[in-house]
Design a protein around this ligand. Structure first.
Ligand SMILES: *Cc1c(COP(=O)(O)O)cnc(C)c1O
Length: 383
């Protein structure tokens, strides 16, 4: 293996997760698979074809740049939705390439109208409404103008969606705020319907709301973290599992991250290991050097804290995590040798290192850890 580490994507895990989500949500609710940030670190080029294989035909990204990349790998009938950034030039690209996009200000609508003289194609728009998140989304006065523009220029628009984003459905502490948002959103949709503007999809929910708030499912859910096998928060998991007889986690982690031992050596009792004085050998030690460091996405705060799997055993990371290397304590492993597999995330034998266990030590959200896995690490789909 030329690369210092590799990432594996499990097809079986994706199939299991999407199957579970479909069963749970029912036939009526469309799933858009959110694959922004390199498919949450899983690798867009690896993840998307696997998801398409399970029947997903709608994907969402943040930016036009990601949409262009996605367009290279999706099947002709598959839809692409841009939820965030696109500049004026990208709007033209989106219209010509039939990429759907969020509209959270009047500027984008006016651009579409101007463009339409050239493109003679309708823009596939999702009107994002402000319901209480206070981030992006149009307020009532803007929505009124938006409705006028769209009604006046019917040929320039196809109203694909009306949507909003919830301010933290993964935490019960936000319950009242979320409920308010859902009722506001319903009122807004009714207001549009009275004006003859009925979208193909009303959508509100990301992973947490899709599970916890059935009333937030509407016609489509924007499914991110769950499809990769992770819960949006511990609370979401507890709420879900609390109502079930079967307490097994229905999700399967999709990602594994593996490396190999680069070097092994013995260190005498009383010596410090690696930079500085953060790790003192209290006994004679055998250590394994692994060619993965913080520049590869292994957080420095896991110094003296992280765990890795070697030869079917869980062993500790000792000393500082360096830019390109970390050190594991293999004193207890008699047969360990250079080239042995090291699992940084995933399973070996009956043991598993979960992304969740990282978060406990590093205070990183599972979302953050995953999306920071560098794109340069090669990714492979396994069955
Ligand atoms: C990222 C994102 C999602 C998906 O969120 P998850 O919690 O990962 O399911 C949904 N909607 C929008 C607007 C997003 O930006």
């Amino acid at each position: 293996m030329a690369d210092t580490s590799i990432i594996e994507i499990s097809r079986k895990a994706v199939e299991g997760n999407i199957g579970f989500l479909r069963d749970h949500l029912g036939e009526r609710v469309k799933i858009t698979s959110v694959v922004k940030s390199n498919a949450y670190g899983h690798g867009m080029e690896q993840y998307v074809p696997v998801a398409e294989g399970t029947g997903i035909d709608h994907f969402s990204v943040f930016s036009a740049c990601e949409a262009r990349r996605l367009k290279q790998i999706t099947s002709p009938g598959t839809s692409i939705m841009i939820m965030g950034w696109l500049d004026d030039k990208d709007i033209e690209w989106a219209v010509r390439n039939e990429a759907e996009f969020f509209v959270f200000d009047l500027h984008r609508l006016k651009r579409v109208v101007e463009l339409n003289e050239r493109t003679a194609k309708p823009a596939l728009v999702h009107l994002e409404t402000e319901t209480g998140m206070n981030r992006t989304g149009m307020k009532q006065s803007e929505l009124r103008t938006a409705a006028e523009i769209i009604s006046g220029e019917r040929h320039a628009f196809e109203l694909k969606g009306i949507c909003t984003h919830l301010a933290g459905a993964e935490s019960i502490a936000n319950h009242v705020r979320i409920q308010k948002q859902i009722s506001r959103f319903t009122r807004i949709c009714n207001w549009f319907a009275e004006r003859g503007l009925v979208p193909e999809y009303r959508h509100v929910a990301s992973s947490a709301a899709a599970l916890t708030y059935p009333s937030a499912r509407f016609d489509m859910v924007r499914m991110g973290i769950l499809q990769y096998g992770y819960w949006p928060s511990a609370e979401t998991f507890i709420q879900y599992i609390g109502k079930k007889k079967d307490k097994d986690d229905p999700l399967n982690r999709v990602i594994s991250w593996k490396s190999r031992i680069m070097s092994i050596r013995k260190v005498k009792r009383g010596e410090f290991i690696s930079y500085g004085t953060i790790y003192l050998a209290q006994e004679d030690k055998k250590i394994a050097v692994i060619p993965v460091g913080y520049s590869h996405g292994y957080n420095r705060s896991l110094s003296n804290q992280g765990r890795v799997l070697i030869n079917g055993n869980r062993v500790g990371v000792i000393g500082l995590v360096n830019m390109n290397m970390l050190i594991a304590d293999v004193t207890q492993l008699p047969d360990v040798k250079v080239g042995d597999e090291v699992v940084l995330i995933g399973s070996q034998g009956d043991l598993t290192i979960s992304v969740g266990s990282f978060s406990e030590f590093s205070n990183q959200l599972n979302y953050e850890l995953l999306t920071r896995l560098p794109e340069a690490i090669p990714r492979f789909v396994v069955n």
